[in-house]
Ligand binder design. Structure first.
Ligand code: ATP
Length: 426
């Protein structure tokens, strides 16, 4: 884990937030490579969960919504709390289900009785900071989907089953953020709410469980590092009729990566009750009205990025290599002139670079020797390096070096674009 943290910082994937002010616990900034990786992941998810499904609709809702939503969903009550104990001596606070001892882990002091600590992040909206102005940063993206249920039905008239999907920020005042950005206070979620006939609950739950696992395999994650964990009944969330987590084998143990929950009709019924607006689906042939059940696959973008980095990290005798799937890699190609002090080589390399970057994220490097440049690209997961050398000036071919095999081939400059497009499609 330390090696991942250090690589992430050194090479510009992830920085501690507010670092020059000593940081801010539970918050992180994604650097130039991190933002590329994240954008790639989000667009693959969107392709697989929205673009390729006729019956799934995208949404991008506001982060701050009418606070009644969070009352209706149960988030302001006991449904969104962590168990908290405080040390009577040093006043440090801990999530009691994380504690391995009954004494304070920091000073050995006595701990208070367990209290319920609500993790919704509060704010005030409007010019007066009193109770009536209290609002919340969303604790999950899902509720925005439920409250837009009628809008989607009215605009698109979908037939059941259909889904609404959203990628966006969520905020939780976690008592113990940690394990790098595994548990943060600000993070992004990729959530789908899939509305179904109640009778389909079991079948659709199984379908989405395996669909999500297949998605992770498709990203290149090692199947041995993934497993299903079915929540026992007593641990289920207030709304859930059954939840399976896909867990990843992090260096700190097996932990939740993706939650797939059977939420029944809890949310739509609650919002109907609290808003006074009927959230129902009317069967167009029978005219029968039902409150659909919902299956919710919900995964954290950041948490998945952490799993991807860990899974891709390999130390070999001479190099560190991130074996990222090319679809995810921040840069697809790096272009080098063999040496930086030969004008014709640099000029030609610049032309190749400018041409490739019309379609792809391409890195440029002309520092140090070529071997070092290859290793620097391996460490950030760039799948291919293109070197412009003296032969290029004669026959217009370049060397392409493959990250994983380190094998080199020669290819015509004129066919580089189609060569990489083909590789990426494969
Ligand atoms: P945990 O048990 O780890 O607190 P949870 O069961 O409360 O998570 P959900 O409410 O099911 O999590 O959220 C769905 C997904 O959002 C999780 O599977 C995880 O990937 C991500 N997630 C939840 N909380 C955090 C967090 N604090 N930091 C980063 N990602 C998170």
């Amino acid at each position: 884990m330390e090696k991942i943290v250090s690589l992430a910082k050194r090479r510009g994937f992830v920085y501690p937030s507010s670092e020059i002010y000593g940081g801010f616990s539970g918050f992180w900034d994604f650097g130039p490579l991190g933002v590329e990786l994240k954008n790639n992941l989000k667009s693959i998810w969107w392709e697989e969960f929205v673009q390729s499904h006729d019956e799934i609709f995208g949404l991008d809702s506001s982060i701050i919504m009418n606070p009644k939503i969070w009352e209706a969903s149960g988030h302001t009550g006991s449904g969104f709390t962590d168990p908290l104990r405080e040390c009577k001596n040093c006043h440090h606070r801990f999530r009691s289900d994380d504690l391995k001892t009954l004494a304070c882990p920091d000073c050995g002091g006595q701990l208070t009785e367990e209290k319920k600590f609500n993790i919704l992040v509060k704010t005030y909206i409007g010019p007066v900071e009193d109770k009536s102005a209290l609002a919340y940063l969303r604790g999950e993206t899902a509720q925005a989907i439920f409250v837009n249920f009628n809008n989607i039905i009215d605009s698109f008239h979908p037939q059941i089953p259909f889904g609404i999907a959203q990628i966006g920020k969520a905020f939780r005042n976690e008592i113990t953020p940690g394990n790098f950005f595994f548990r943060s206070r600000e993070f992004e979620q990729m959530e789908l709410e899939y509305f179904i006939e109640p009778i389909e609950d079991e079948k659709m739950f199984k379908y989405w469980r395996s669909y999500c696992l297949g998605f992770l395999h498709g990203l290149g994650l090692n199947p041995d590092n993934l497993r299903f964990y079915d929540h026992p009944k007593e641990k289920l969330s207030h709304y859930s009729k059954g939840t399976t987590d896909i867990e990843y084998h992090f260096p700190f143990g097996w932990s939740e990566l993706w939650g797939i929950a059977r939420r029944g009709n809890y949310d739509l019924s609650k919002h109907t009750k609290y808003s006074g607006k009927k959230l129902i689906y009317k069967n167009p042939t029978t005219n029968q009205e039902i409150v659909p059940y919902v299956i919710e696959p919900s995964v954290g973008v950041d948490r998945l990025i952490l799993a991807i980095l860990i899974d891709a990290f390999f130390e070999e005798e001479k190099r560190v290599v991130l074996r990222l799937s090319p679809k995810l890699a921040p840069f697809k190609v790096a272009v080098f002139p063999l040496v930086s002090n030969k004008e014709e080589l640099v000029e030609k390399a610049r032309i190749v670079y400018q041409d490739l970057r019309k379609n792809l994220m391409v890195a440029w490097d002309d520092r140090g020797n070529i071997g070092k440049r290859y290793f620097a690209q391996d460490e950030i997961g760039t799948p291919w390096c293109v070197t412009i050398d003296y032969d290029t000036l004669k026959d217009d071919t370049v060397t392409i070096r493959d990250r994983d095999t380190t094998k080199q081939i020669r290819e015509k400059v004129s066919s580089l674009n189609s060569y990489f497009q083909k590789k990426l499609e494969d």
